[in-house]
Each structure stands twice: as C-alpha cells, then as structure tokens.
Design a protein around this ligand. Structure first.
Ligand code: 8YV
Length: 330
C-alpha cells in the first residue's frame, strides 16, 4: 500500500455507528455491512479476495483457514475491539498480515460494568428487580432480600492491566481491599495507589479473597484458568465475576460449583460459546447474567471506531500502526 495513493479497500464485517461508517466511506474504499447481521464465513472469504484491510469484531472467527483463503492483498486486520482471541495470530504472522486492536478506549466502560456486577451479585440486585416485576413482593421485612456487605471484603483481580487497575480504583472507593495476580508486579507507586497486594501465585491469592474478578486476555495460558481445583481453593463464600472472556473460567466447573453451593454466586458478562448460555445457569438465582455489554456505550463505540480508523491510516501512510498486537502480549 504505502507506495500507491489509491485508497485501501477495507472490509468491515458488522454495522458500526453511522458516524464511523461515514468516516470510513470517505477515507477508504470501504465495503460496509449495512445490516446488523454478522457476515457469513463464505461472505468474508469472498470479500477478502481483493481487500487490503479486514475490520472484524469479536463475533467473527478469523481462524487459520480463513486467513489462508484470503487474497494476497490482505495485509492488515484492524480489529474493532481490544480482545483478539478470535483471530489466529500465528496464521496472520505467517502470511505477513499485521493485526491491530483498540486498547484503552473501552477501559472505563468495562470497569464500570465490572463494578456493577461486583455490587449486584452479593447484594442480589437482579433477584430484587425480578421480585418487584413479578408483582409478588409483599413489602419490606427485616429478613427480606438479605445479601452480603461489599465493603470490608477482599477483591482478587486476575490481570492488572488497564481494566484491572480501573476496577481496583473503583473497588477501593467502596471499601474493598485489593489483591491481584499479574505476571509482572506493578511499580510500588501503583500498588500504593490501590493499596494492592501482589500474589505471584494465583492459588495463594484465591485462598485470601471474597470476590474474584477476571481481567486477563483469553489465550492458551488463561483458558480454563479458573477450573474445579481452583474453585475449590476459593470456598463457598466467594463470588466470581467475569467481564473479560468466556472460557477463562471453566464454565462446566462453574455451573457445578454454583449448583452444589461451592461458590456464593457469579456475575457473568461473557460466555464460552456466545450467544449460547448453559441452560442450567438460568435456573440459578445467584447468577447475574449479561449479554456481553461491558463496553457497550455510544461513546466507547465511537472511540473504538476512531481507533480502528487511526490504525488503518497509519498503515496506509506507511507507518507502523499504533496498536499493533504483538504475540505474547495478549
Ligand atoms: C468489544 C470486547 O465490544 O473489546 C473487546 O475485547 O470484548 C468488547 O467489549 C468487542 O470485542 C467488539 O469486537
């Protein structure tokens, strides 16, 4: 691309906001999906026959076969979103295709939703709302809708990157003490800001907390990281929150533990096989279930679109895109 001044042909798999799509249509030779229906795999392959850039979302499986089938012109996969576990990074690298993501723009929104879950599950917010809507509420009673106090409890954060730290900041303000597990320990100043305790050993942290929240990317290392053995280390008073990626918490083990009373509850925004939900979870009152909406704000989507555009523009101008994903860091 850099040697030519023609506009890059950009395939966008999902309908984005009008403002983002209009900008893309002006800047690029954009092939936009104007219906909010995911493109089929065959349609993506066909569209990639002569495309320079693919803009996928979390709902597209950009696996090795699809990358293999793409035309020779494909040189950039500019993901709309931070997580890239739906893209086969080694396959892209093998074909010399750069992958970018959109870090930073979803941090605060995702942390807000995580915090909402951290408060909702122990305080039984979804159950209370359901009770009122059902028309069955008989009025206040001393023992009605009792939950557990959040302040004074210990929060364990797995993954202390941008989102983990944004959650820590919020959690501290409601009186939670912060524990975290991260491959790298934070600088002392950051630990002091959060009053955070680092645990190099995840198992050790799990034995010291009341609420667990996950903020690590899904990859080979984190797949089923919270499994039956680790759930047993936590104990029946612990709540598990996941607004990162399904599959990091072993869903089968989670369901069994919740059913058996070996966990106190869960707040889940992401699922292993979205949009499929294990039907056994639907019957459990102590689970707050959301449809992958952690980053779903108008402002966040606009910023994500701008970030994608910036990555494409840098690449088109012959520069390294600012958000190039480096394997080993996701
Ligand atoms: C995005 C997300 O909206 O950025 C991410 O990784 O999980 C979402 O909240 C989604 O990925 C869009 O592709």
């Amino acid at each position: 691309m850099p040697s030519s001044r023609r506009k890059p042909r950009v395939v966008v798999t999902r309908e984005l906001s009008d403002a983002v799509m209009d900008r893309m249509a002006t800047l690029f030779d954009a092939r936009l999906n104007r219906d909010d229906v995911a493109m089929s795999r065959d349609d993506i392959v066909a569209a990639l026959a002569d495309a320079d850039v693919l803009v996928p979302t979390v709902t597209d499986a950009i696996d090795g076969d699809l990358i293999e089938a793409a035309g020779d012109r494909l040189k950039l996969i500019a993901n709309f979103g931070a997580g890239v576990n739906h893209i086969d990074l080694p396959a892209a690298r093998a074909r010399g295709i750069i992958v970018t993501n959109t870090p930073g723009v979803l941090t605060e929104d995702t942390a807000d939703m995580t915090m909402a879950l951290i408060l909702s599950v122990p305080r039984r917010l979804a159950e209370g709302e359901k009770l009122v809507r059902s028309g069955e509420w008989k009025g206040w009673s001393p023992g009605g809708m009792l939950g557990h106090r959040v302040g004074g409890k210990a929060l364990g954060i797995v993954g202390m990157g941008r989102i983990g730290q944004a959650v820590a900041r919020r959690a501290r303000s409601v009186g939670l003490t912060i524990h975290y597990h991260n491959r790298r320990r934070l600088p002392l100043l950051a630990e002091e800001e959060f009053g955070a305790t680092w645990h190099g050993d995840l198992d050790e942290m799990l034995g010291a907390i009341d609420i667990l929240t996950i903020h690590t990317p899904r990859n080979a290392d984190s797949e089923n990281m919270i499994d039956a053995r680790r759930i047993a280390l936590m104990g029946p008073h612990v709540y598990v929150i996941n607004a990162a990626r399904g599959g990091i918490v072993d869903e089968e083990a989670l369901v069994e533990a919740l059913k058996g009373g070996r966990l106190a509850g869960a707040g889940l925004d992401v699922w292993k096989y979205e949009p499929a939900i294990d039907p056994r979870l639907l019957a459990l009152p102590n689970v707050v279930m959301l449809p992958h909406m952690g980053s779903a704000t108008y402002e966040g989507r606009a910023a994500t679109g701008e970030r994608v555009i910036r990555n494409i523009q840098h690449w088109t101008d012959g520069h390294r895109p600012p958000d190039q994903v480096l394997e080993g860091w996701v």
